[in-house]
Design a protein around this ligand. Structure first.
Ligand SMILES: [Fe+2]
Length: 332
């Protein structure tokens, strides 16, 4: 543990992980939070932020510390039921109506062969980086536990793309160096399941089209390289998952994606977060993937608030228009 200026306690790394930090904040929001995030490999736990439940604008203030723009969900085609009524920068993730978002299924089998909580793909599913089907993609997400479920379920899992990239065998590193993934928004008809059912690709409006992203992403402030990709559910299975590689569920691209995701989510690159009321987690989407886990949505109530910070995606995206805004809206 060490102290920084302004009485902020920082403990590194996060328990059981090789990256991340716990930051105990006072009343003030220190200006060096982005440097702490970079220094911790892209993941910060800010415990004890209970006052956000009564003062949701505090979550927006905290978010502003991490970048120039906190996304206003009224203007991003989000389902209005998921947007906080008085603070539209907050996206609600909950199994309660009207949001009614259900948790993912339990892995099958529920434990690893040696009896552990499964983290590695493909036994653990859902690994993604937020909104990678947009260009430019967002930088940072914050997630606040208003009402988490009991421990041992409803966790959020993180994998470090920096550690995973650094540990790639040389041949695989060379293979992905200039490769691009094709990322698709779930629900736009580009899924692996749609291909397997023999469906034709649905016509996509320009703002719904899949987007290319580098598989190796260079962080704009640290210069560190990280693997940047998602598992099956957020890739394009008609033209992808990779540019210039045999497409579809049984192609060369599918085999590479499986190999990369299995490597990315090796247990030594993982942090498992067990939620406590009042926790804020801050993660850098440019260098981490994450996934949700099962809880009993019939018996338990979960309420979480998310914000998204954008505006520093790196030189690769300089000057790009937002891919996800329809032209008629962008013109207004
Ligand atoms: Fe997410």
């Amino acid at each position: 543990m060490f102290q920084t200026a302004g009485m902020t306690d920082v403990t590194k790394p996060l328990p059981g992980a090789a990256f991340g930090a716990t930051v105990r904040l006072g009343a003030d929001i220190p200006g060096d939070l982005p440097a702490m995030l970079d220094d911790a490999g892209g993941l910060l736990l800010l415990p004890g932020q209970h006052e956000i439940s009564d003062r949701p604008d505090r979550l927006v203030d905290l978010s502003r510390a991490f970048g120039p723009e906190v996304e206003d969900y009224r203007f991003t085609l989000a389902n209005p039921a998921s947007v906080h009524a008085s603070v539209p920068e907050i996206f609600i993730v909950s199994n309660l109506p009207p949001v009614s978002k259900m948790p993912p299924k339990r892995p099958e089998p529920p434990l690893t062969p040696d009896g552990r909580f499964p983290v590695q793909y493909p036994q653990r599913r859902g690994w993604h980086t937020d909104q990678s089907y947009r260009r430019p993609p967002p930088d940072v997400s914050l997630f606040y536990a208003v009402t988490p479920v009991a421990r041992d379920r409803g966790q959020t899992l993180f994998a470090s793309g920096i550690l995973a990239y650094e540990a790639l065998p040389a041949a695989l590193k060379a293979r992905v160096e200039r490769l691009e993934g094709i990322h698709a928004q779930p629900g736009t008809g580009r899924s692996r399941e749609a291909v397997l059912r023999g469906e034709a690709p649905k016509p996509c409006k320009p703002h719904e089209r899949p987007q290319r992203q580098p598989v190796v992403r260079v962080h704009p402030t640290t210069g560190r390289r990280a693997l940047y990709l998602c598992e099956r559910s957020q890739m394009d299975w008609f033209d992808g998952p990779f540019v210039g590689m045999e497409p579809g569920p049984f192609g060369e691209g599918a085999r590479l994606l499986d190999a990369l995701m299995t490597h990315y989510t090796r247990p030594e690159f993982i942090y498992v977060h067990e939620w406590t009321q009042g926790d804020v987690l801050v993660w850098d989407n440019r260098c981490l993937v994450h996934t949700a886990t099962w809880y009993d949505a019939e018996k338990e109530q979960r309420m979480m608030w998310r914000t998204t910070v954008r505006g520093n995606p790196g030189a690769l995206y300089a000057g790009e228009k937002r891919s996800w805004i329809p032209e008629e809206v962008a013109a207004e």
